[in-house]
Design a protein around this ligand. Sequence first.
Ligand SMILES: Cc1cc2nc3c(=O)[nH]c(=O)nc-3n(C[C@H](O)[C@H](O)[C@H](O)COP(=O)(O)O)c2cc1C
Length: 277
Amino acid sequence: MILYFTGTGNSRFAAQELNRFCKDELVSMNREMRKRKLDPYNARYAYTSEKPFVIVCPTYCWNIPRVVEEFLLDSRFLVSRDMYFLLTCGSSTGQAGKRAAQICDTLLLNFRGQASVRMPENYISLFRAPEPDEAVAIIRSALPLIESVGMQIVANRYIKDSFSGRDVPAFVVNSFYKHFVHDRKFYVKDNCIGCSACAQLCPTVNIRMRGGKPEWQGHCTQCQSCIGVCPADAIEFGGRTRKKRRYYLFADGRQKFPPEKRKEPESKSESGHVRRL
Ligand SMILES: Cc1cc2nc3c(=O)[nH]c(=O)nc-3n(C[C@H](O)[C@H](O)[C@H](O)COP(=O)(O)O)c2cc1C
């Protein structure tokens, strides 16, 4: 079973690619998380698979995102005792593999290794996302690695990460969450069309629509899905995101374009597609 968490689509894309080789059940942790918040008595907490469990998610502060960690620790994994991790990142996954091994230990599962794959940077609250063509090139160059990870999982081999992760002290991660992981600076501009795409997508159910506009509720995980997916590019995070390109990769490999450029592309290379399904 492949369980993926994604903010802006990179990890969903990686999970889908991986599944071309694993041919397994694909489960969206985002959907499961929302269900646990919105309908906790009918949500799923136990996952059964004869094949190994594979967790695909982004890297947050050189680590497994806390929201994913909490999800895994609140879940039960039945039948297979093996768990793999595939982390997408903008540049480095640091010590995420170490944390993944600890999570498996707590869950009494066998840690079968972690792989890191570089995908386009999505963290526009702090950095910049690559331009569409560059993003396509980055994603294309990730494909052979994802394929090799898939082959190793199918062969039931232990995965040794090819990235060299440096150790990140706990206080760095703690202060990252304290100072950067919050929603206090999110606001919406007048061009918001009130479509509620942000609220419907938010994995932590942190956005409520009031008077047709989104309002953040104080338990944000900074996944960037709201700011990335907004069709009007109406969401900002303080002054940091002003005039920056938004990044969102749809399930079919298409990138989101800003409203003014959203016309039918004349050629394949203009489309920002990684592949056409
Ligand atoms: C809050 C946050 C923290 C991040 N921290 C890191 C990091 O420590 N190292 C890194 O290489 N990329 C980091 N990134 C970039 C993402 O891991 C990367 O773009 C990932 O592919 C996004 O996946 P997604 O689209 O599935 O959410 C961070 C992104 C966010 C939103």
